[in-house]
Structures are given as structure tokens and as C-alpha cells.
Design a protein around this ligand. Structure first.
Ligand code: GDP
Ligand code: MG
Length: 162
């Protein structure tokens, strides 16, 4: 079976947009309203002749209740089944308490994690993204899922991590 890459992070950081960028088609639902993706949604992806499955999730929030808790639980299951995790952060916002809580969850999983600094649409934001080193997940990879900036480097890093 193809290796699995799970995409997790706070709602609205651009996970589904990134999934579409990775698979090269607009299939994952992108929404300005958080919470559209509720489950784990797998898509076939390919890069440099290697196939993998990329799993979109609905966003992870600590101490979430009811429906949000169910969505967060799906994200944790996705991490548990993944070979590599893409942890997506909004580079225009920087790291938040929720991001730091998610990092703890990711550490517990002991899975290899790539830190994606998304919405790095220009060189200035890309520079600001270096502050995300503070999350302790290694080098932040600046990407603009919307415009494609940095996505080739990210895909190369995914293949290296698989
Ligand atoms: P998700 O909730 O994490 O899946 O986020 P979505 O993919 O649904 O995106 C949420 C919003 O962020 C949408 O309005 C996207 O167009 C926007 N967005 C996603 N990626 C980028 C990006 O790289 N740059 C900018 N400027 N906006 C983005
Ligand atoms: Mg989404």
C-alpha cells in the first residue's frame, strides 16, 4: 500500500488548499468557514514518480467539545495512521497556543513531522516564518498553498521523509 501523509493543524490554516496543491487538482473542499472537513479524507498523490496517499483532516483544537472534539479526534487518528505528518501553521499569524498544544500531541505520536509555514505568499512572510523555529519541530518550510510558492521543495521533503 502507498505510504500515508497526514495533514493536520488548526482550522483555517490552509490544510485543504495544501492538499489540493499536493494532489494537483481542486478536490479537497476549501472554505473560509472552519470545520467543513469533518473526517479523514484520503487522496492519491504522486511526485517524482512516487505515489503516496495524502489525508486531509478537519483541524485540531485542544480541549474541544462536542463536534469540534470529534473532528480533533479524527485528526489524531490520522496522525496515528500516518507515515509522515504535515503540521500546517499560518505564517501570517505565527505560532499560537493551539499550535503549541498540537505540537505536544504530535510529540506523543512520535511520528516524523514536517512543519509547513503556509500562507507565505511573499518574501516578507517567508522571512517571518523563521520565528516558527520556536515550535521545536525543526526548520519551518515556507509554502504558499494558494500560489504554489515553495510547494516543490515541500514535496521533495515529503519524499525524503517517507
Ligand atoms: P483549512 O481549514 O485548514 O482546510 O483551510 P482552507 O484550505 O479551507 O483555507 C482557509 C482559507 O485560507 C481559504 O480562504 C484559503 O483560500 C486561504 N488560504 C489557504 N492557503 C493560503 C495561502 O497559501 N495563502 C493565502 N493568502 N491564503 C490561503
Ligand atoms: Mg479543510
Amino acid at each position: 500500500p502507498a505510504p500515508i501523509v497526514a495533514v493536520v493543524g488548526r482550522p483555517n490554516v490552509g490544510k485543504s488548499t495544501l492538499v489540493n496543491r499536493i494532489i494537483g487538482r481542486r478536490q479537497a473542499v476549501v472554505e473560509d468557514i472552519p470545520g467543513v472537513t469533518r473526517d479523514r479524507v484520503p487522496y492519491d498523490a504522486q511526485w517524482s514518480g512516487r505515489r503516496f496517499t495524502v489525508v486531509d483532516t478537519g483541524g485540531w483544537e485542544p480541549d474541544a467539545k462536542d463536534r469540534a472534539a470529534a473532528i480533533a479526534n479524527q485528526a489524531e487518528i490520522a496522525v496515528g495512521t500516518a507515515d509522515v505528518v504535515l503540521f500546517v501553521v499560518d505564517a501570517t499569524v505565527g505560532s499560537t497556543d493551539v499550535d503549541e498544544a498540537a505540537v505536544k500531541m504530535l510529540r506523543r505520536s512520535a511520528k516524523p513531522v514536517l512543519l509547513v509555514a503556509n500562507k507565505a505568499d511573499n518574501a516578507n512572510i517567508e522571512l517571518e516564518a523563521t520565528s516558527l523555529w520556536s515550535l521545536g519541530l525543526g526548520e519551518p518550510m515556507p509554502v504558499s498553498a494558494l500560489h504554489g510558492r515553495g510547494s516543490g521543495d515541500l514535496l521533495d521533503a515529503i519524499l525524503e521523509a517517507l
